[in-house]
Design a protein. Structure first.
Length: 237
């Protein structure tokens, strides 16, 4: 074998493998951007993405079943989610899986963004917690809207855990989105700083406004969910 060909093969053997298209992108360290009113907001860079991933954490002063019912009430998300100007349930795919439509208002002259999300409930009985994972998908029941940009990719979760002897709920809201199109830097910074903070403030207000919202019957019938949620409050007489 010619010397130069051997050298090329040797160099290739030592080179690190190329990243696959389906591999998770590289993530930067979490950066604290806000700590106010008992709500902590962090964000981090995601390789190849214009928008940073953000995470908001705080406490809501209601039992876990109340917080869960509000989070699953997608038809009323516009009442409390920051910049949400459209939300509805598309369909129940299973007792622990829903398809919803969500639209986010953008300040002029930027176009609104929207997405279809599949939300899956994962109970964790040992931790007295549940995680609601969401990921963008498509549905013929929610086609693209004129003058609204359909976000190519959205992933994240809500994680809720019983706190304060069951009287409160710790909440974590984490999202990363590819907003599509082009966004000014100030929009990206505003989203990662203000949206999680205002959304958690909105959740605190909504659970007070709707403390008697029932959980879906199919979800309540799941033993794993009940084990994670704990005893449900008795119906009001």
């Amino acid at each position: 074998m010619p010397t130069h060909r051997f050298a090329v093969l040797f160099a290739l053997a030592l080179a690190p493998p190329l990243a696959r298209a389906d591999e998770a992108p590289a993530l930067g360290p979490w950066e604290r951007v806000q700590d106010k009113d008992g709500i902590v907001v962090d964000r981090r860079a995601v390789a190849g993405s214009q928008l940073k991933e953000f995470r908001g954490r705080g406490l809501v002063a209601v039992p876990l079943p109340v917080a869960l019912a509000v989070l699953l009430d997608s038809d009323h998300s516009t009442e409390w989610m920051d910049r949400c100007n459209g939300s509805r349930l598309i369909q129940h795919e299973s007792p622990k899986e829903n398809l919803i439509y969500n639209r986010t208002h953008s300040p002029w002259p930027v176009s609104d963004r929207d997405t279809v999300l599949r939300i899956t409930v994962h109970p964790d009985a040992d931790a007295h917690a549940l995680q609601l994972d969401f990921v963008s998908t498509e549905s013929s029941d929610a086609p693209p809207v004129k003058h609204v940009v359909r976000m190519p990719k959205v992933t994240g979760h809500w994680r809720i855990r019983a706190a304060d002897g069951g009287r409160g709920t710790e909440v974590e809201y984490q999202v990363h989105a590819d907003p599509g199109g082009s966004l000014p830097d100030w929009i990206s910074n505003m989203v990662s700083r203000q949206l999680p903070f205002r959304t958690l403030l909105g959740l605190r207000a909504q659970v007070v406004r709707r403390p008697d919202l029932p959980l879906p019957a199919a979800l309540v019938a799941d033993p794993a969910v009940i084990a994670a949620v704990g005893p449900l409050p008795s119906p009001a007489r």
